[in-house]
Design a protein. Structure first.
Length: 103
């Protein structure tokens, strides 16, 4: 959290969320290429100029939170991942951007 109590966050492009949900529904894994692209996108977002000395949380849908945590744990164990249900409606959010879906 920032000193004023605001929670810095970033989100996933909805296409990533759809791909993850689809893989969960089909009981298949994400392709290695998609996982690499997702992780690279998260790393790129975290290295942006806005994030110097800020530890933002990645906010995602409740459906994919655990699955996304399992994916990110391998390379980014300190990444905070929250579902939208875990954030109080009183919490002020500061959006730092979105992990873009690069084709």
């Amino acid at each position: 959290m920032l000193p004023d109590g605001t929670l810095p966050v970033f989100t996933l492009d909805p296409r990533y969320e759809r791909e993850i949900i689809q893989s969960m529904e089909d009981s298949t894994s994400l392709s290695p290429q998609l996982m690499q692209r997702l992780l690279r996108g998260i790393e790129k977002t975290l290295k942006g100029d806005k994030l110097k000395s800020i530890q933002p949380a990645l906010v995602c849908s409740p459906q994919i939170r655990r699955h996304l945590r399992n994916i990110a744990d391998r390379l980014m164990p300190s990444l905070v991942i929250l579902s939208s249900n875990e954030i109080s409606s009183n919490t002020k959010l500061y959006s730092l951007g979105m992990v873009s879906y690069e084709d």
